[in-house]
Ligand binder design. Sequence first.
Ligand SMILES: [Zn+2]
Ligand SMILES: [Zn+2]
Length: 126
Amino acid sequence: MSDMYACDLCGKPTPNFKPWTCGPIAGKLGRSWCDDCEKRFEREHAWENEQWHKDEITCPWCGYVDTDSWEFEGEYDDAYECPSCGKPFILERIIDITYTSKRRVDDMPEGWCGDEPIRDEEDADE
Ligand SMILES: [Zn+2]
Ligand SMILES: [Zn+2]
């Protein structure tokens, strides 16, 4: 007999258990979804046809790419209408924050050329 778990979504007993690959999350080691919930999730996900992190708003119905995406001021709209086919879809604006850092040129030691490691003053006299 294999172990039985309770489905995380509907509570039905299920032998399904998928451990997280990245260790425990919120005290749980993995997820247990029964076959029904797994199937429903896959179906819903396939239906959503998510256009993941596109540079422009991309219609999940007709594939129309809205090159005026910057005109969308909101952060989330669950009834955004495609300007091409007029069908509604969920639109989320994801703002990626990235950081760029670099050393100040002013801090470059004298005589430093290219990929040589930076050495302390004392070592440099050898
Ligand atoms: Zn279930
Ligand atoms: Zn469309």
